[in-house]
Design a protein around this ligand. Sequence first.
Ligand code: CA
Ligand code: CA
Ligand code: CA
Length: 449
Amino acid sequence: MKRMSWGILLLAVACGKSGGGGEKFGAPADQTQAGIIASCTTKLQAASTAEKLGGSFRVLNENKGLIEFYDIPSEDLKVELPRAKLRANQVYENLVENGFSASANLGNFPYVGGVTPQYRDSSMTSYFPYLTQIDAFDLPAGSRGAGIVIAVVDSGVHYNHPHLSPNIRTNSRDGHGPAANGRDEDGNGFSDDFAGWDFYNHDAYPVDDNGHGTHVAGLAAGTLSGVAPQAKILPVKVLGSRGNGDLGTITAGILYAIENGADVINLSLGGSGAAQIGSALDEMIGHIRLANDRNIVIVAAAGNGGTDGIGDCNDDQPIWPASIESDNMIAVASVDGSNQLTRYSNFGGRSVHVAAPGGDNTGLLSTVPGNCTTKCTNTHAIYDRMSGTSMASPVVSGLVAVVKGVNRSLAASEVRALIMENGTDVPEFDGFVRSRQVVNARKALEAAR
Ligand SMILES: [Ca+2]
Ligand SMILES: [Ca+2]
Ligand SMILES: [Ca+2]
């Protein structure tokens, strides 16, 4: 419970309604704090608009001119900013369905690095059966995702975990910890973003206060548990400690990943109502298609069955982001250890592309946050089990890294097609999973060479 309080406390200071006219930092904590997102608006315009109309604003992406305004009616904004597209932001309480608070209130701490990577060996097969299930346990040297960046857009990443730390993508052009100076040396709009960015709290330390993002990162690219044990992880925190989040913050996180070197973007999050929300999602849809133009693959969880926990059909009830149609989008259902769809997994013969292990009653074993914040050693290597399409998604993100790692010339749509066509065929998936395949690393690798 302590973990939650600092997030809320910070937001109360940053996003409180009192003292309008200024710039705010950090995401809205609930729907009452949500604002209106405007495109094509400079920070200077935002400041003068907020001052004139008596509200406040936060910058979602300065270079792209994405601003969220608070306490200003949209009619007034429309008059003041005729060129901007305006959309109401939406806040969701539960965008991830599992995760747990870390064992201690970690606060912000710098990435340390300097850990000698410890890779898995044959003595560890029983810990990570999902890797054997998709033929990824013992991939040949040169086929482990080296040189590929997976953005984990989630609740943050415990980047000093000894089995994640060697794989964190760092930005040598902008400092961290003792080298942090409050300046944006590389001019990407984010000061001191050495190890990713925290869009939820607006700082350079995307520490995971939920646990979900760290688990996801470990499945994609942990040195022991990851499908791609030599790929890099770009931590992008967009969710709060309760798994809460909003469309504007998530969209800003996706854009950051696109602009800062991601080859794959993992989105183990989502909400219902894609059809109803409509234009509020336009910005996110636009950015997913922008990623496609740059050959960045998006991998998204198909969803965990909504409130009753029994899988729903995404063809009938679209969810976001998984149901967003784009050639680079891979929506992932979850199977158990016997390649059967798990009870909770959403499905869709048209809109869900592949299936991957996501854990059933026992869950997949992966990295979770511990209370070690400096140079963590193997004694701080904390693991736990979680289940969900949130876990199946990073298994596929890791596979995308493996595939792209051996053939960088593949277009995003080609990577998707290759993964869909080179798995384990499960005839019962007919009408439930578009490709009818559970992904398979060895087959996909052979096809990619
Ligand atoms: Ca920077
Ligand atoms: Ca700096
Ligand atoms: Ca932070």
